[in-house]
Design a protein around this ligand. Sequence first.
Ligand SMILES: [Zn+2]
Length: 271
Amino acid sequence: MIRIERGPEPTSLPPEREHRLSAARRALADGEAQVFEGHGVAKAALYEAQHGKCAYCEMVQQRTAQPVEHFRPKARVTQEPRYVTSTTGYWWLAWTWTNLYFSCTTCNSPARKGNHFALELGSTPLTPEQLPPSEERPLFIDPAAKDEDPIAHIVFVQAKRGHWIPRPRRGSKRGSYTIDKLGLDRTELVTLYRNHVERTVQPCLDDVRAALQRDVPREVHHAWSRCLRRLFHPKAPFHALSYDVLDGLVPTDVRIRWRLDLPRPWNLSRP
Ligand SMILES: [Zn+2]
């Protein structure tokens, strides 16, 4: 998972929000079911802002079949006994730009993120119509939230047979909850991670190592820059994984000696 810059909300969303939210308030007052439709007008803008990738697992997606995901669940929140949770859904945020993401159907499925939305202990859930963050501190990493750094919470570590597995970085509880609930270590993703490392990251690293062997600074810097440009191209998948593979396989002392910077991927892939 990496940081996401949503950019400005699409002009089609505010009018949708205005009349849908009025209807949701009336339904609540009348004791009727609220209707959660219309947020799909934000989908094209989210898809573009996220370069066609799921906000959570970073897999490249087709736009058509994937849902618009509500970071704070709109209709209800799954109660989790070990955690603090809101007792209602965040219905008033169902058409709020900063609560919407484009995500894959698997990450957004009931068995994964679904309506899960636990809060840190000592945190206070928002009350209806209150805007985040207030006193609420979600355990889920919110990739577009101000000052959020997903890489500070999740690290990909090398495992057996060429596998790379996401783990909480330095025991991060938020990293742990996010990996667990989204299933970022699910089998099909772990296979895709391995393929990405073998087919895309390793050839880049081989070029860098060959340049290091030739001991020509200009060639080393060119190979490293090519590597970063390719792996952190906005449309390339699995930036966080690529970052950790480079961090793990090009030792810090080598990077310091050759002055090879490894910035956070989103600092490179901004337009
Ligand atoms: Zn996903």
